[in-house]
Design a protein around this ligand. Sequence first.
Ligand code: SF4
Length: 879
Amino acid sequence: MTAKRHPNVSSDSGTRRALARARDGKTLDLAEAAILLRARGDDLDALLAHASRVRDAGLEAAGRPGVITYSRKVFIPLTRLCRDRCGYCTFATAPHKLPDAFLSPDEVLEIARQGAAMGCKEALFTLGDRPEDRWHQAREWLDAHGYDDTLSYVRAMAIRVLEETGLLPHLNPGVLTWKDLQRLKPVAPSMGMMLETTSRRLFTEKGEAHYGSPDKDPDVRLRVLEDAGRSSVPFTTGLLIGIGETIEERAESIFAIRRVAREYGGIQEVIVQNFRAKPDTAMRGMPDADLHELAATIAVTRLVLGPKVRVQAPPNLIGEEYTLMLRAGIDDWGGVSPLTPDHVNPERPWPQIDDLAARTAAAGFTLRERLTIYPEYVLAGEPWLDPRLTEHVAALADPATGLAREDAVLQGRPWQEPDGGLVTGGRADLHTAVDAEGRTGDRRADFDSVYGDWDALRERLPSGGRDGSVRDHTVRADVREALRQAEADPARLTDEQALTLLDLAGDQSGAGADDAGLEELCRIADGLRREAVGDDVTYVVNRNINFTNVCYTGCRFCAFAQRRTDADAYTLSLSEVADRAQEAWEAGATEVCMQGGIHPDLPGTAYFDIARAVKERRPEMHVHAFSPMEVVNGASRTNLSVEEWLHAAREAGVDSLPGTAAEILDDDVRWVLTKGKLPAREWIEVITTAHRVGIPTTSTMMYGHVDTHEHWVRHIRLIRSIQEETGGFSEFVLLPFVHHSAPIYLAGIARPGPTARENRAVHALARIMLHGAIRNIQCSWVKLRDDLCRDVLAGGVNDLGGTLMEETISRMAGSENGSYKTISEIAAMVAPTGRPLRQRTTSYGRPSEERAEAARRSDGVCQSVRGPLLTVSPVVRRE
Ligand code: SF4
């Protein structure tokens, strides 16, 4: 069938050019996409042909040529209450029109069981957005049934469905935060939320479709798509066309989806849905979106998104135009239910699956059933699929294709913690072997996928990029004034003055440096240090225990994390952790510092188990453990709030938290530095909650990668404001970026760490900006050479951190400063400064004489970790 002729449209040169580019496989720009969205008649026929070719190439590459997929599902409308008021929606309703605010667990399970009996494999949870924020009936229902919020109920029901029916949940609960995604990922192999449109006008202008619907802010919805990508959640999104958006806005929406799809690779399908007016809605008078317009949008979506992205048109909204949609480039019909109606479009029944198969065959394709998680993600497994769901998915998936198994038997399976998260395995001697032999390769095996798309990332670089950022060095008029302010009243130094002081370091090449000014800055910081803490240079005898390096978070600066199967991957058992703590105790340690990768197999209780294992062996040992990222990970796995989790962690033996995972507390930088690590606001929430419940933390800043001096100043300012509110930071630790094996450096995006002058300037500035708030400024001997440590000791620093015994994280990144320092080595480093050296506890108290004596005997480092140090380069390929 050919597209219906449109009498008023003829090819103009713009259309011809855009069609030619589409035909030749060239990348379309926004203007060309908008032109093609208007194509009708012969132009539309040509457009559809080009889109078809791209779709066919994609299916061929995916190993399923000519296969159009669908998912056999039941629709579970968990609640039809919603806090939004979209002008086209009949799904959302008012409490008095419903028997109850939510479906009961029995009702949910009844629908799921019937679906399972009819061969369905997907349980589509569709519901209104956070109804408890608008309807007291929803709040009361949740309270009466013991759920904190709607998402807690969704999570609980997804688990029940998995356990009692074996159906795979697909969750559509509306807008989700990054933390919500962590919480829901273990219970659903896929999730979704329609972007609908990026048109802000439709959201802000009265009378438009999204006016009055807080969750339809396009910026919020795009953030959800990004957070899903960062969290490696296979995610469904799409466009709703004909709701008042212009053609240009529609094109922009397609490009917005493309950007996220490209950057994270997590958009598993894009639904292109046409608006259909419904009686009893504010938009009942609007015309339905024309099906040729829909076809053109599908085709442009296909061309812009390319062959890999799956494009879908809902078969119950397209009348008889199945062939037209296939010609437009779809490769999926979405979820089709043999049991439940489309509750969002109840007036449009889904076709019978046999009928759909026949219509698909008539157009020359084969219909095959897929699961809610698309085959590509089934076959990839980690990090897309949580280990708690592996068995549920494997029971239904054809292992060769990732599509649904023809002979699958639906059967509930327990949803439980993975076994064996803390079973020893891999290169468990890495902590010493990295010194003697180096790492196996300079990058992990999934380097090209685990961090997202490197090219897309380049477009995200904050200003300054690889070259760092220093301002105009010719302007020096304010330097004297800034130095005077720093000395006279450091707490009132302005951001502008702080930047002026950082500028003393010059740029990457040293150009513009003002060495006399820098000396003066360090002198002032040195004076403030003396005033705050005296002359003692302190250190702690401690041991790092990094219990696993398996991690798929995708921090792009991290050279420590490994894929499970990499040669350098390892995990320690609980008894190995306890053994290392015991050994450290015998060497005089007062602290173990424990952090690890976000291993997908870690049981929810792993962090508590680790703390307990140490305390059971050495009750007096201070357990300084678990970064805010690990806290959030632990809380989402145990389904506890951060506060509940922290209380439980303290009971298990955690005495303080490292304030790592801060990097730079600015999301513009964070989302370049890391793919999946927690956003800045979550870091702040964990830290302030810890302080509130009485758990002290350190604070850190990792700098000198893709950041600018402005970021450093804002970060230090933020740390100070948190400290003024909570008083819970014991110290501020400056962590220069170690670049050699850092993925973001290998990809050519980050600069090779800060310069020596920058290190001096920022340590001094931290002392000045934090004066009166944080007493202890720590430098990292792991990341700075001895002479640089001495330089910063002369410019505001009073603490050197620990003897560490096994520092593996920076060593894996290429630090050449070893993985431990004996007390003698620390003393030798400090001696030229003439300052007294003093052992301290984690909280800067004095260790007992017994501890100090044990430390003296061992020289602060246990024998088992001592060995030769690779001096050429710590990054050496083993044969
Ligand atoms: S920094 Fe931590 S969370 Fe990030 S990749 Fe490395 S080990 Fe994983």
